[in-house]
Structure formats: C-alpha cells, structure tokens
Design a protein around this ligand. Structure first.
Ligand code: SPV
Ligand code: MG
Length: 294
C-alpha cells in the first residue's frame, strides 16, 4: 500500500495516530521499531542536525533530502514539516511536486511569514501572514498534488503568536475550507487548556493534530476524549540523543575512559541491527560466487 494511503486510512480509523519527530533515518527507524504510526520529519530536528537555528536557514532541498532518508529507512508514512512552505505560493507548488514525487506521504505548512522562526523561540516576534494569504497556499498545494491521498496539513500558529482563540478558530475554518486535510493546532501553553478549548469549539470539519511539547502531561486517553486525531511527539528523540551524547562524552573526558558509561549505552550489535546487517549476511550467502556457478 502507498504510504499516503496508509496515513489516509489512519486518519479515517478510530485510533489516535502517534507521530514521532525524527531528525534523520536512524531516529525514524527507531520510532518505527517502537510502534509509532508515522514519522514527523521535524524542521527543528533537521536544522539541529546541521547545528543551525530552526529559522528557514536550510533550503527546501536539504529538508527534502532528510525526509527522503527517513522515508527510505522505514515502512511507515513520513509527514514532512515544511515550515511556512519555503516562500510564497510558487514555492509551495514546487514543494508539493517535489515531496509527492519523492514518496513523502504528506506535508504540513504553517501560517507564519517566511522566513519562519521556531514556535518556542522567545524574544522574537512570531509573525503570521493573513488568513487569506495562507488559505491561498493551501489551495495551491491541494491543486498541485496528483495523488489524491497525499496529505496537506494546515498548521495554525495563532496561539503561538499571542492571537485570540477566535482568530485560531477562524483561521482553521478558512484553511479547512481551502481544502486542508487536517489542522495542526499549535500551543506553547504549559497546560492543555488551550488545546481543550480549541477542540471543544472546533467544528470537526477536518481532523486535528496537536504537538504536546510544553504540556507533556496529556495522555493518549485525554487526546482521544478531546476528539483530537493525531499527536506529534516532535522533538523528544532529538532532545534524548543530545542529552545522552552530552552526558556520555563528558563522562569519558572526566573519567579518562568509557568504562563507567559502557553499560548505559547501546551495544554495537544494536547498531548492527538498525543497519540491517542480518540482511547483508543473507545476501552474502545468496549471492556468493560459488552459488552463482551451480
Ligand atoms: C518541529 O518539530 O520542527 C516543529 C514542532 O515544528 S515545534 O518545534 O514544536 O514547533
Ligand atoms: Mg517545525
């Protein structure tokens, strides 16, 4: 089954869809192994791998290459975080052609100006484009896709930019009417109150996605009860790997050896498994020169 069809089917199913943020093929593969339904090719994560800010610094092609790596390494759909669409409607049209052709199951674009800033960057003003301008981007994206199952998610940043709940609901309605397949409602609140209020007032026209980074106490059961369809754990694996690398490398310098941390890190065999070394061994036997001659 096509990966876009897989995600479309999940959207119409009755389970909450769990997406894991990934920053490369390895993190995507671990997410699949752990049972996530889909991958979120995180703009923050992909930028962090290059140690640049999540502020439209990398090019679309760089984000796309990272998403392709994740897609090729896994059997589950990849939804690509495409920031504000890399520019205006012409950039969005180009983006949809490229991502769809590459086999990415869907894209998510947000209603911030280009260049965008990560939603949690403080001290900088988060600026939105008008609802009308962003609705045009959604229309352009939907008109461009060839595969009917390719997903276009509209991300509403009103609550991030300090706008009202009414603004968020108005924008979400405009984007759904423009053809968005789902709405991602983002919040930086320390509690899930905003998301709860939004989902209560939402018409249900299209399904909702949430990203509970700042309100991590919310559980799958609560999400289900709210009527939210999908949850994106956008940056937990990135933060986990940074913390662990920092701790382990610091410890080696402090101790003068890796002995103390040896039990706390993955065995080399676990790395081999993630690299499909087993398959390499099977291929080696199957295609050995002696077999070829008999
Ligand atoms: C990302 O993962 O890049 C996101 C989610 O857009 S967040 O960083 O929470 O805004
Ligand atoms: Mg992002």
């Amino acid at each position: 089954m096509k990966k876009s069809t897989m995600i479309k089917e999940l959207l119409t199913g009755n389970k909450v869809i769990k997406l894991a943020g990934a920053h490369d093929a390895l993190s995507a593969k671990i997410a699949e192994k752990k049972g996530f339904d889909a991958i979120w090719a995180s703009g923050l994560g992909i930028s962090a791998v290059e140690t640049v800010p999540d502020a439209s610094i990398l090019s679309m092609q760089e984000f796309l290459n990272a998403a392709i790596s994740m897609n090729q390494a896994t059997n589950i759909p990849v939804i690509a975080d495409c920031d504000s669409g890399f520019g205006n409607i012409h950039n969005v049209i180009h983006m949809v052609k490229k991502y769809e052709y590459a086999g990415i199951a869907g894209v998510c674009i947000e209603d911030k100006v280009f260049p965008k800033l990560n939603s949690f960057l403080s001290g900088n003003q988060q600026r939105l484009v008008s609802a009308e301008e962003f609705a045009s981007k959604i229309m352009a994206a939907k008109d461009t896709q060839i595969d009917p199952d390719f997903l276009v998610i509209a991300r509403v940043e009103s609550l991030i930019a300090g706008e009202s709940m009414e603004d968020a609901l108005y924008r979400a309605t405009c984007y759904a009417e423009a053809g968005a397949d789902a709405i991602l409602i983002h919040s930086k609140s320390k509690t899930s109150d905003q998301i709860e209020e939004f989902s209560k007032k939402w018409s249900g026209q299209v399904p909702l996605f949430i990203v509970p980074t700042t309100y991590p106490n919310i559980k799958t059961k609560d999400i289900e009860e709210m009527g939210v369809k999908a949850v994106v754990y956008a940056n937990q694996s990135l933060r986990a790997s940074v913390k662990m690398m920092d701790y382990v490398l610091g410890n080696i310098i402090e101790q003068g050896s890796s002995l103390k941390v040896e039990e706390e890190i993955s065995k080399v065999e676990e790395i081999f498994n993630l690299q499909d070394v087993n398959q390499m061994k099977i291929d080696e036997k199957k295609y050995s020169h002696s077999n070829a001659l008999v």
